[in-house]
Design a protein around this ligand. Structure first.
Ligand SMILES: Nc1ncnc2c1ncn2[C@@H]1O[C@H](COP(=O)(O)OP(=O)(O)OP(=O)(O)O)[C@@H](O)[C@H]1O
Ligand SMILES: [Mg+2]
Length: 226
């Protein structure tokens, strides 16, 4: 069983007042370990909803979610947090760093939540990840003292610090110029080559070249898979 993720007929509704809005309509999808998946589709087609539900930041209303063959559809809140911490690193368009914490403590945060390592072991991991994104010299900077591209690298270091097998990225280059975007994409490509499975949402057709699989959403269903 090489599917890291398998969705069977998942449904997602949003309630707006008395109306129900059907966002994901009986959507099925298989993602293999080692894939670099690009999720594409028009604004409002449900890309973020899909990614957030896969990462338990949101939830599906129906259907089945298998992770490495195991049914994770009905995890309770504690199990979801644990699953997220262990398996997924998140990267966002607006970086989502904590502005009041310096770079070091931003990256350390997932390890604090996990609560398994002592200070010395945490420091080793944080510095290792900072070095891997080329920003070890910025460890005492505050996020707002860094450029957008640097902030995204810090966010990537934070996403990696728990050694997750999956990276979820929602328009990670959306707030960056094209040169900085390319740097970030090369970083993600390297991570994919090191074995991370990456699921990324993008609007940018130029980035398709990085993908091993493209999933196009239209009206809440997968309209095309390449
Ligand atoms: N919390 C919410 N409550 C109600 N409707 C929502 C909510 N979140 C999203 N929606 C609706 O669900 C649909 C899908 O939203 P989603 O954010 O997943 O789209 P998207 O494909 O990521 O779009 P974009 O490319 O603009 O980021 C949209 O029509 C949106 O208005
Ligand atoms: Mg979105």
């Amino acid at each position: 069983m090489s599917n890291i993720i398998k969705l069977e007929n998942v449904q997602k509704f949003y309630k707006v007042g008395k109306e129900q809005f059907h966002v994901l309509k009986s959507l099925s999808l298989e993602i293999e370990a080692g894939d670099f998946v690009m999720i594409m589709g028009k604004s409002g087609s449900g890309k973020t909803t899909l990614l957030n539900s896969l990462g338990f930041l949101d939830k599906f209303d129906d259907g089945k979610y298998l992770f490495n063959g195991e049914d994770v559809t009905n995890l309770n809140e504690n199990q979801k947090s644990e699953f997220r911490n262990k398996n997924i690193g998140f990267i966002f368009q607006q970086f989502n760093l904590i502005e009041t914490l310096d770079v070091y403590h931003n990256i350390e945060l997932p390890l604090i939540y996990e609560g398994l390592l002592n200070k010395v072991d945490r420091e080793k991991l944080v510095c290792e990840k900072l070095e891997s994104v080329g920003l070890l010299d910025k460890l005492k900077n505050m996020p707002l003292q860094l450029s957008g591209g640097q902030q995204q690298r810090i966010a990537i270091a934070r996403a990696l610090v728990n050694s997750p097998s999956l990276i979820f990225a929602d328009e990670p280059t959306g707030a960056l110029d094209s040169e900085t975007s390319n740097d970030i994409m090369e970083l993600l490509k390297n991570l994919n080559e090191q074995g991370k499975t990456i699921i990324m949402v993008t609007h940018d057709n130029d980035l398709i070249k990085y993908a091993t699989k493209v999933v196009k959403l239209k009206d809440g269903v997968v309209s095309m898979e390449v």
